[in-house]
Ligand binder design. Sequence first.
Ligand SMILES: [Mg+2]
Length: 248
Amino acid sequence: MVMTQLTNLSPRESKTVSPLTLITLDLDETVWPSESVLKKAEEIQFKWLQQRAPRLTASHDLDSLRAHRRLIREQYAEIAYDLTAVRTTSLRLLLKESDDSPDLAEEAIGVFLEARNWVTPYADVPPVLEKLARTYRLASLTNGNADVQCTPLKAHFHFSLTPCIAGAAKPAPDMFQQALEQAGVEPHQAVHIGDHPECDVIAAQQVGMRAVWINRREAPWPADLPPPEVIIKDFHELERWLFQQIKI
Ligand SMILES: [Mg+2]
């Protein structure tokens, strides 16, 4: 088993080791709130479309664009896991329908994705991630379309996986398995932290990883799922839990 030397401990404690070497983290609602960023990104993209594709925006608003994306997710099952592909396909079809150029879709998605990365991490996240990145390998596993490398947290992650890279979204095992492979660790050496009971906690446990449920909003755990092993409300609690896992 690979053991990790903890570098931020006192000399006497420096002989301690953790059985965990890889920490995978969900992004939205785990390291930053996404709701207002998503809303803002959609508004910015809509303003851009008003300039470049006025026929489309004359017959659509943010709600009808959202409704169309839902339809596309249902109709195009083969891309439903990739939210960026769903957005692009939806927009391309609507642009064509309204006699605007479908080729504007890619550029419009670029405008959306740039604003999608204007996230503000929860205050407890950056200082804890900075410390953890010195000891553990950190990877982000998101179903969303933020690009960590374009966010304030870019320095802390060793690698990042998305549905587009993995070929499947959580709760499918693909993203977790690819993270384990990329880090070169066994499932029992890894822990996943996320806010979604099924996509994060249960899915990670199903590939043999440990899982921590981050419950910032004091939501009830679904009654039909087996209870989580660990519940935390912020990253300070995560840091304490990780410290408890260290064997002296
Ligand atoms: Mg989440």
